[in-house]
Design a protein around this ligand. Structure first.
Ligand SMILES: Nc1ncnc2c1ncn2[C@@H]1O[C@H](COP(=O)(O)OP(=O)(O)OP(=O)(O)O)[C@@H](O)[C@H]1O
Ligand SMILES: [Zn+2]
Length: 780
C-alpha cells in the first residue's frame, strides 16, 4: 500500500485530512512541511503535509495527493511542530494556524508549472494536472525528477499604497467631502493599499484621490515601512567595533553562550536595569550563534523598536544576512521575506515583532525577546498566542537558547526565575558613568485646574533654561477624555460603546478610542441640544498647550502619541528632532517610555501616575510599575544625572516606595504576596471567556443564561472556579453587549475543557460570539 499523509488544508474548513501518496511519483518527493495540491470535493486545495499516517480513514473514500507545489518543503519540521503545538493549545486545527502564518500568496492552489519534454504544453496549470490520466502523470513525474518541470513562482507584486503626507488640519475646501473622507480614512488607518482604499470608499473617490496626490497631500508608492527597511539596508556597514564589555556583561555572555552551546533548549531571564547594556549582549550572542552555524531570531515588542534593533544588528553584524520582518510591511514584502527565510541555507538573523517567530527559520540557535514584559507579545486578534510561550516551545523543539530580557520582568517570569525554572542573569549597573535618576513624588491633591503642580512647572523651567531636555508622559491622547454638558449634566458617549468620546481639538472632533466612531465638534449636546460644554480631564494635546503657556516662549515642544505619529515619517522626525536636541521638551503617551536612548534628558515628569493603577485588572500595579520604571529610565542616560517627578493624588500608597527606590524586587515581593492571597497567576491559571451579542437581539439574555449554566456546571465538575458571567467593564462595544466569565484553575487543560464543554452544551447561534482568552492581559 502507498504511504498515507496527513495534510492540513490552508482554507476553510482548515481540516487535517488523510491522503494517499500517488503511485505516479516516487515516495521521497513527499516530506513534512511540503506544500501540495490535493483534491477537495470537486476542486483543488493547497495543503501542507504535517505527518504520516498509518491507518486509512474509515467511512470515506481515500483520495490521492495530486502534485507537490515545490521541490523543497517551504516549512521545516520546526515550523510544522510549532504550528501543531499552538493548535493544540488554542483548540484549533493546524490548518488554521498555518493559514494565519503563511502569506496569502503561498496558500493558493491556483498554480502553474513550466514543462519541457515529451509533447506537453510548455505551461500546465493545476487544473490541467487534475485532468490527466495516470500515464501522462507518470511521464510528468520523470520530468519533475529531472528538474524539467518546475512550479512557476508568482513573485509577489508590490502594490501601490496611498500614504498621507501632511497632518491635520488639511488645506482643502470645506465642501470637498470626498477628499476629506480619504484624508480621515488614511489618518485613522495609516498607509493602505490603493485598491483597498478605493474599495472602502464610495464612488468618486478615485478622482478625489488624484486631486490630493496632485496637491501633495497624499503620495502613492511603497508603504513607509518597506521604504524604511530599504533605507536601512542601503546603509554602508563597516566592521564591528565592540566596546569593552563590563564585568557584568562579560559574565552574562559567558553563562548564556555556554547554555546556547549545549543546544538543549534552555531559557534565561536577562534581568538588567535600564541602560545596563542588554542590547549589546543580545547582539554579541547573535554573532556567537551565527558563527556556530545557526540562525538568531531577535524580537522587539514594537515596530519602532524592531527597526532600531535591526539597524544596530546590521551595524554590529556585517557580512551576515539580517532581515527585518514586521506587521506594518506590505503583504508582498512579507511574502518575499518568508520565501527568502525558507530558501536560505546559511545562518541568518531575523529581527522583527512577534509574528517573525513563525518564519520557517531552518536552524535557530538563539531566540531573544527584548522587553519581555511587554503586552504586545500577546496577539489577541485572529490567531491568539503569547509570543513568549511560542518562543519557549520553539526553543525546546530546536534546542535553541531563549533569552527573555527586561528591566522589569513579567511577575510570572520572575517567579519562574526565583523557582529556578528560568535561570536569571543580572545586569545591575548602568554602563559607563550614568546613574539611575532620583525619583520624587509630587502631591497633586492641591491642584484644581492645572495638570502640572507648581513644583513640576518649576523643574521644567529650570531644565529648559539650563539647556537640557525634559520628557512629560501622560498616558492619554487627545485634548480631554470627557465632554461634560453644563446644561443637562451628561457626558457625551459613543453611540456604539459604553465609553465617553474624547475631544480632539486639532481635528475638531469627538472620537471613540475603542471603535473609532467620530463626530464633528462643535455639535449640540445629544441629550439636551445645548452647546455648553466643559472639557473634563486632560490629554496630551491639552498638556502640550499648557506647556506652551508655562515655559519660556522660545521652547520647542514636540508631541508623540498615536495621533501625532500616524505617519511613520513623522514619528522618525520627532525622534530625530528630539535626539538631536532641536527640541527641548517631548510630551507623549507611553509610546515614549520604551527603549529610546536620549542622552540629553535630565528630567522626566509623569503627569498622572494614578491613571493605570486604578484599572479593574489584577495586573494594574504590575503594568504601572513597569511603565514608571521604563519612563524613569529615559532620564540621566548621559553624563548629567536625571530627576523624575511622579505626580499623584494618592501619595500615601505604599506602591510608590518601590518606584522611588527603583526596587523591582521589593515591588515583586509585595505583588507576589497579593497574588498568592487572591489566587492570581502565577498561583493559578486564568482564562477569560468573552461573550457578546447585538444590543437588539431578543434571545440574547436567554441564550447567555444557558451558556452561564453550562459554564458553571462544567466548572464545578472539574474544580474550576468560575466568576460571572457578569457585564464586562466596557459593557457595550461596537453595538454589542459584552459579558465576561473569569475561570481560575490549577492547570490549562481544565480551563480548556470547561470552555469546550460549555461551547458544546450551549450551542452557539450566529448572534452570540464566544471566545476563550487564555491568560488574559486586558480585563476590559
Ligand atoms: N560595554 C559597553 N561599553 C560602552 N558602551 C556600551 C556598552 N554596552 C552598551 N553600551 C552603550 O550604552 C547604551 C545603553 O545600552 P543598551 O541600549 O544596550 O542598554 P539596554 O540595557 O538595552 O537599555 P534599555 O533597557 O534602557 O533599553 C547604548 O548607547 C550602548 O551602545
Ligand atoms: Zn465607540
Amino acid at each position: 500500500m502507498s504511504a498515507l499523509w496527513k495534510a492540513a488544508l490552508l482554507r476553510p474548513p482548515f481540516a487535517t485530512l488523510t491522503y494517499a501518496a500517488p503511485a505516479s511519483l516516487p515516495g521521497e518527493v513527499w516530506r513534512v512541511g511540503l506544500r501540495a495540491l490535493a483534491p477537495l470535493g470537486k476542486s483543488l486545495a493547497a495543503v501542507v503535509l504535517v505527518g504520516q499516517e498509518q491507518v486509512p480513514p474509515e467511512g470515506c473514500e481515500l483520495r490521492e495527493l495530486l502534485w507537490p507545489l515545490e521541490r523543497e518543503p517551504l516549512l521545516g519540521q520546526p515550523a510544522v511542530d510549532l504550528a501543531a503545538s499552538l493548535a493544540e493549545r488554542q483548540l484549533i486545527s493546524v490548518g488554521q494556524v498555518l493559514a494565519s502564518v503563511i502569506p496569502a500568496g503561498l496558500r493558493s492552489a491556483v498554480m502553474r508549472f513550466s514543462v519541457t519534454g515529451f509533447d506537453f504544453p510548455s505551461v500546465l496549470s493545476a487544473r490541467d494536472l487534475a485532468a490527466m490520466e495516470s500515464g501522462a502523470l507518470q511521464r510528468l513525474a520523470m520530468l519533475w525528477a529531472q528538474g524539467r518541470m518546475r512550479p512557476i513562482e508568482r513573485s509577489a507584486r508590490d502594490e501601490d499604497y496611498a500614504i498621507l503626507k501632511i497632518d491635520p488640519p488639511w488645506p482643502i475646501r470645506p465642501g470637498a467631502v470626498r477628499q476629506s473622507e480619504i484624508l480621515e480614512y488614511l489618518h485613522e488607518r495609516g498607509a493602505v493599499s490603493k485598491t483597498l482604499l478605493l474599495k472602502s470608499l464610495p464612488k468618486g473617490a478615485d478622482a478625489a484621490l488624484r486631486g490630493l496626490v496632485k496637491r501633495g497631500l497624499v503620495a502613492i508608492g511603497l508603504p513607509p515601512a518597506d521604504q524604511e527597511d530599504e533605507a536601512a539596508c542601503a546603509v554602508d556597514v563597516s566592521g564591528p567595533v565592540w566596546p569593552e564589555f563590563t564585568v557584568e556583561q562579560t559574565a552574562a555572555l559567558a553563562d548564556m553562550t555556554a547554555a546556547m552551546g549545549q543546544r538543549n533548549g534552555q531559557a534565561r531571564l536577562l534581568y538588567g536595569i535600564t541602560g545596563s547594556g542588554k542590547t549589546m549582549v543580545y547582539l554579541r550572542m547573535a554573532e556567537e550563534c551565527l558563527s556556530s552555524g545557526r540562525s538568531a531570531i531577535l524580537l522587539a515588542p514594537e515596530v519602532a523598536l524592531a527597526c532600531s534593533l535591526h539597524r544596530q544588528a546590521r551595524e554590529r553584524l556585517p557580512g551576515w544576512r539580517v532581515l527585518l520582518v514586521h506587521g506594518y510591511q506590505s503583504p508582498a514584502k512579507r511574502e518575499r521575506a518568508f520565501r527568502e527565510v525558507a530558501a536560505v541555507r546559511e545562518p541568518i538573523v531575523v529581527v522583527g515583532t512577534r509574528s517573525a517567530l513563525f518564519l520557517p527559520v531552518r536552524r535557530p540557535g538563539l531566540i531573544v525577546l527584548d522587553e519581555e514584559h511587554d503586552e504586545s507579545y500577546k496577539q489577541d486578534e485572529r490567531l491568539n498566542y503569547q509570543a513568549k510561550e511560542v518562543a519557549w516551545v520553539l526553543a525546546r523543539q530546536t534546542g535553541s537558547l531563549l533569552v527573555l530580557g527586561s528591566a522589569t520582568p513579567d511577575v510570572k517570569t520572575f517567579h519562574a526565575a526565583q523557582n529556578g525554572h528560568v535561570p536569571a542573569v543580572r545586569l545591575m549597573q548602568r554602563v559607563g558613568e550614568s546613574r539611575l535618576p532620583e525619583v520624587e513624588l509630587v502631591d497633586l491633591r492641591a491642584e484644581r485646574s492645572s495638570p502640572l503642580a507648581p513644583l513640576s512647572v518649576q523643574a521644567l523651567r529650570e531644565t529648559v533654561q539650563a539647556g537640557e531636555q525634559a520628557i512629560i508622559m501622560l498616558n492619554r491622547r487627545g485634548y480631554a477624555p470627557l465632554m461634560y454638558c453644563l446644561d443637562c449634566g451628561q457626558t457625551v458617549k459613543c453611540p456604539e460603546c459604553s465609553v465617553g468620546l474624547t475631544f480632539h481639538r486639532s481635528r475638531g472632533r469627538l472620537i471613540c478610542h475603542y471603535c473609532g466612531h467620530a463626530e464633528e465638534f462643535p455639535m449640540p449636546c445629544p441629550s439636551c441640544g445645548a452647546a455648553n460644554y466643559l472639557p473634563l480631564g486632560e490629554g496630551t494635546e491639552q498638556l502640550e498647550e499648557v506647556l506652551a503657556h508655562v515655559l519660556p516662549p522660545e521652547t520647542a515642544i514636540l508631541r508623540m502619541d498615536r495621533d501625532s505619529t500616524r505617519r511613520q515619517e513623522r514619528l522618525e522626525e520627532i525622534l530625530r528632532e528630539f535626539s538631536s536636541g532641536k527640541a527641548q521638551v517631548l510630551v507623549g503617551t507611553q509610546m515614549l517610555s520604551k527603549g529610546h536612548h536620549f542622552p540629553g534628558v535630565t528630567l522626566v515628569v509623569v503627569a498622572d501616575a494614578d491613571l493605570g493603577l486604578n484599572m479593574p485588572d489584577y495586573r494594574a500595579a504590575e503594568r504601572t510599575f513597569q511603565l514608571l520604571v521604563q519612563v524613569s529610565g529615559r532620564a540621566g542616560r548621559g553624563e548629567k544625572p536625571g530627576r523624575v517627578l511622579v505626580q499623584t493624588r494618592d501619595p500615601g500608597n505604599e506602591f510608590w516606595s518601590h518606584v522611588l527606590a527603583h526596587d523591582y524586587q521589593a515591588f515583586y515581593a509585595q505583588e507576589l504576596e497579593l497574588r498568592r492571597r487572591y489566587g492570581y497567576p502565577p498561583f493559578s491559571r486564568l482564562a477569560l471567556v468573552r461573550a457578546s451579542y447585538p444590543l437588539n437581539w431578543e434571545q440574547g439574555a436567554q441564550t447567555l443564561a444557558k451558556l452561564t449554566q453550562a459554564l458553571r456546571d462544567e466548572a464545578a465538575a472539574r474544580g474550576v472556579r468560575a466568576l460571572g458571567p457578569a457585564p464586562a467593564p466596557i459593557a457595550m462595544l461596537r453595538g454589542r453587549k459584552r459579558f465576561h466569565c473569569l475561570l481560575k484553575a490549577a492547570d490549562w487543560q481544565s480551563l480548556r475543557s470547561v470552555f469546550a464543554k460549555a461551547h458544546e452544551l450551549a450551542p452557539v447561534g450566529g448572534e452570540l460570539r464566544l471566545s476563550l482568552d487564555l491568560d488574559p492581559l486586558s480585563m476590559l
